[in-house]
Ligand binder design. Sequence first.
Ligand code: MN3
Length: 192
Amino acid sequence: MKYELSKLNYPYNALEPYIDAQTMEIHHLKHHQAYTDKMNAVLEKYPDLTAEPETLMSQLGSLGMSETDQSIFKNHGGGYINHKLFWELLDPASQKDEQLSAEIKATFSSIAEFKEKFTQAAVNQFGSGWAWLVRNSAKKLEIYSTPNQDSPWLKGHQPLICLDVWEHAYYLKYQNKRAEYAANWWPLLKII
Ligand code: MN3
């Protein structure tokens, strides 16, 4: 199964001034494309694996892939999956999810409290990685960060909100100021 780079439903400059157009273009056309191509290359070796990448990720240890190929799929399949959700969440046309917002308030006391905890996970992730709000195996909301391109699907968790804290996501505009990037990302998130 061959996957295409996900289409953005908005132009690269749509997230200005919070995320600059040049960062968006390089991030989408170069980084996400590279993850997509490398995921496709490893999946070509396993033509029987026709399930969606998210499903494959949740079953990674039992797919019959070599250790090396599992590692490639974890990194590049993860990069493909993670960025797909990241772009969707940043779509300026996306709508507020009332049900999710209510559940976040019920779980974390308030949206403000949730944002603070999530931002801490993003800022404190050492090195490259992601901050997540997931629905875990017990169907509860949970915040954590992962290194590299590790996807919550590896643990069978469904990702709901994600923030890319790789330097490629923010360095052109924010340099070393990850906290400022994280703070400026919230206004772009329409679903809560
Ligand atoms: Mn990225």
